[in-house]
Design a protein around this ligand. Structure first.
Ligand code: FAD
Length: 147
């Protein structure tokens, strides 16, 4: 039986990234992730991606390996990777959250600066912030972007 893990990384959005790229990424993520039992949450804010991938160890590492090679982002850093007893993001094959006026305070509450800088988060902070973003998304009715 495969060990269940959660991997969290942050990266910088490429300068050529456009609105249709997000639709493409979410559509492919949902298709690919369902077939390998991976789920999670993808956040885009302040020029950064911040993503949790949960699932079997091999499936998560293979998915992250593919994501790493994607030219639509750069400078990816793994913030946390740990074995887990239970998934936290069962609601979505890949949920999606943007920072907006409703959740801005939450994003900035984990930042030492006036911008959201996920590459500076410690592992416990990255874990806690993604859990809070997920909880907030559930309260307001989900984290799905129509694709
Ligand atoms: P194809 O769509 O056939 O892609 C083949 C190759 O072309 C891949 O190397 C791909 O990176 C590249 N490519 C495809 N479209 C574009 C484009 N428009 N511009 C530049 N290069 C392109 N994928 C997942 O499966 N699960 C995830 O959770 C996930 N999260 C992502 C998060 C981020 C921040 C980013 C940037 C990408 C994410 N992706 C995710 C997409 C992933 O990087 C691959 O693009 C995708 O998994 C490839 O799907 P495919 O195997 O169907 O191949």
């Amino acid at each position: 039986m495969s060990i269940l893990i959660r991997l969290i990384y942050a990266s910088k959005v490429a300068s050529h990234f456009g609105p249709m790229d997000m639709h493409d990424i979410l559509a492919k993520s949902r298709r690919n992730n369902i077939s390998v039992g991976v789920g999670g949450l993808l956040v885009m804010s302040d020029g950064h991606f911040f993503q949790a991938l949960e699932g079997g160890r091999a499936a998560v590492h293979q998915t992250y390996g593919r994501i790493l090679r994607d030219p639509r982002h750069a400078d990816s850093v793994i913030l946390s990777c740990q074995e887990i007893g239970k998934r936290s993001f069962t609601d979505w094959s890949m949920g999606y959250a943007l920072s907006n006026e409703k959740n801005r305070k939450l994003f900035l509450s984990y930042s030492a600066e006036s911008r959201f800088l996920p590459l500076h988060l410690s592992a416990p902070m990255a874990e806690a912030l993604l859990q809070e973003i997920g909880d907030h998304a559930r309260q307001i009715g989900g984290a799905e972007l129509a694709v």
